[in-house]
Design a protein around this ligand. Structure first.
Ligand code: SF4
Length: 457
């Protein structure tokens, strides 16, 4: 039995996979410990969406070495799939496992013993277990069980889309998923743990239904309907879905569902059709606006989050202004703003003109400002209403010091209330009163339990 610790970089999908790897290691008799608790084994799950991710990985390996110089260090995740040899050179790394190998940790590394230094005095070279990405066809159901309130449930992996700026298909392979039955079984297992909310995650979850490279026999719509019938869970949240895959039937289903919450996070990337073409996205802005209108028609109080990239090659000032104006006119609730960064082997590298770094930064600043305005306007539109909040465990010193606790309403309004241990992981009816200096909404207990969803009509 060894002490094993994990560190996760990146997205909800990575967190669900780390948690699953941790359960695998515990089933093998190892004990999970905190990263600073002198572990014998360090497993670092990496991301590679931006070049910062690479730097972060190096920093964490250095920290692991300081904590236990004899600790065994294994690197998994997207960076490990894309640049295994580069990682193998990092001093202190013992093993690198690619997308097809990460769930075979125990099979490939039975002992987790550091290799003795060679007589030649040369540094120990890490073992690399990495196969070409087109061999990554297996699908592993994964879910996080790190906190008591919500779980990230992986329902799909990989992507078949050709977006010009993105390396994810190169890091995670072709689009694939489990069956509806396998995901429902995972949700039922999660329901036994007392978790109240499941966040459906993946790379391109709307593309659910491709099992082992075979023809699509089930759809994301089928999955949503099947999960809605799982008992013992209060909420399902769709983490992100491509606009061209967000069908009328999915929107209509969420509008009448008591469990699927009225919160949609829909990547836009640009509000200019010229840029969407250069980015090789599969829709024009008209479709995006139509999806937003459909959601607001059926769920006026729904929360809509938007991914947008600034500084992508080809984005002139005029095209950026098109995006700004498009977002200004859209009734959306917040933006996730990403600054374009060059990624190897992506077609965006061939597009001219490139956008200087300072201009990228300026545009990012402008859209972050717009996002703050959108979120505030959305929160203000909710004041006075009653909602149901899932209160979370206070995980910040600030909360504990201030005697406050936080939670989210169905439609993703972040609320703050007086700390009460009896509220942790409880769904409580509240009235949204005002927005405090930190931008969180203060609430009062609502007398009567309110069954708000469907759609707050
Ligand atoms: S849809 Fe596009 S941006 Fe999203 S993972 Fe696939 S290739 Fe990347």
């Amino acid at each position: 039995m060894k002490k094993v610790a994990f560190y996760t970089l990146g997205c909800k999908l990575n967190f669900s996979e780390t948690s699953t790897l941790a359960r695998q290691m515990e089933q093998q008799g190892h004990r999970r410990v905190e990263f600073t608790d002198q572990p014998d084994i360090f497993i670092i799950n990496t991301c590679s969406v931006t070049d910062n991710a690479d730097k972060k990985c190096r920093k964490i390996v250095r920290e692991a070495q300081k904590i236990n110089p004899n600790g065994y260090v294994a690197i998994v995740g997207c960076y490990a799939q894309l640049k295994p040899e580069e990682i193998a050179e990092i001093p202190g790394v013992d093993a690198v496992l690619g997308a097809s190998e990460k769930f075979r940790l125990h099979e490939l590394i039975p002992t987790f013993e550091k290799a003795p230094p060679p007589q030649t005095g040369e540094p120990v070279r890490a073992q690399v277990f990495n196969s070409p990405i087109d061999q990554a066809i297996d699908y592993h159901v994964s879910y996080s069980l790190n906190d008591r309130t919500r779980t990230f449930l992986k329902v799909q992996d990989g992507c078949d889309y050709p977006c010009a700026y993105c390396t994810i298909p190169l890091a995670r392979g072709r689009s694939r998923s489990g069956t509806v039955a396998s995901v429902v079984a995972a949700a039922e297992a999660i329901a036994q743990t007392g978790v109240k909310e499941i966040v459906l995650t993946g790379v391109n979850i709307g593309d659910f239904g491709l099992v082992n490279g075979g023809p699509r026999t089930e759809t994301f719509y089928d999955l949503v309907r099947a999960l809605d019938a799982v008992t013992g869970l209060d909420r399902f949240r769709i983490s992100s879905i491509e606009p061209n895959l967000l069908t009328d039937e999915i929107i209509a289903f969420v509008a009448q569902s008591k469990r699927f919450v009225p919160h949609f996070h829909v990547p836009l990337q640009s509000g200019s059709d010229t840029m969407l073409g250069l980015m090789r996205r599969r829709y024009k802005r008209g479709l995006y606006a139509d999806r937003v209108a459909k959601i607001k028609e059926l769920m006026p109080h729904a929360c809509i989050g938007v991914d947008v990239i600034v500084g992508h090659p080809g984005e002139t000032n005029d095209l950026f202004r098109e995006t700004q104006q498009f977002l200004l006119d859209l009734p959306v609730s917040y933006l996730h703003v990403f600054t374009y960064s060059e990624r190897p082997n992506t077609t965006a590298l061939t597009i001219k003109p490139t956008v200087p770094g300072n201009v990228r930064a300026d545009r990012s600043k402008m859209l972050h400002g717009l996002s703050d305005k959108k979120r505030r306007a959305f929160y203000e539109s909710q004041l006075g209403r009653t909602a149901t909040v899932l209160f979370e465990e206070s995980d910040t010193d600030t909360d504990r010091q201030t005697g406050l606790m936080q939670g989210f309403t169905e439609n993703y309004v972040r609320v703050v209330a007086k700390y009460d241990p009896l509220r942790i992981n409880e769904l409580m009816p509240v009235q949204l009163i005002n927005i405090n200096a930190d931008g969180f909404v203060e609430v009062l207990d609502a007398e009567t339990p309110v069954d708000l969803h469907p759609a707050f009509a």
